[in-house]
Design a protein around this ligand. Sequence first.
Ligand SMILES: [Zn+2]
Length: 225
Amino acid sequence: MSDVHPNSPVFVENKNRFYQPTPVAAPAYRCATQPCNISAIRVGSHYSISRYAAGSTVRYYFDLDTFEKSKEGKRALRHFKRAISAWNRVPVKFTRVYNQRDAFFLVVASNYNRGVYAEAFFPNDAAEPRVVTVYPRVFRDRKAMFNVFCHELGHVLGLRHEYAGERERQHPSVRLGNPNPQSVMNKFANLFDMMVQEEDIEEAIDFYSRDTIEGNPVEVVETDT
Ligand SMILES: [Zn+2]
């Protein structure tokens, strides 16, 4: 996985308790959301675990103009909405807005990074990086666009990679729930296997009900700003 996020999440006083080995599937999916992290879910970035308030509305602006072909943009939007539906039991409502200024985050296409599929952000990222970026590689595997967006929305909800405790140790995370190699937040040789699992949903719901995890406070991010 290539890491392009300049800011490294880091979290905790006692690092060791966050490191638990996790089975890792074949590393084919390349996502650039860096210290990206919850079936067993992993959470935590920028020295803190963050999520939105349960019941929040998170507004996004889908910038169709950034896609080279309008057909591609429309297809991406359709799959993005399907991916939102896959997470819809988590108590966060994603709503599309039509004015960029009203948005909490943007969805854009970019040619900047050809090595990865997509990149997202974490709830406690500063406003400027709050973007879900789609890179050209997605259009080479466009049937898996839905799977890619399911994974990236996991980051937007505050989830790190399933293997964060093993391969992203420089950005400490904490595990919530049991290890789950089938998690949508893992890597898969076949992108079509990257699906939101029942366990992902249940543990994300659990995450959205907690104020602390293993004694660490959960930062609740306002989405009205
Ligand atoms: Zn990722």
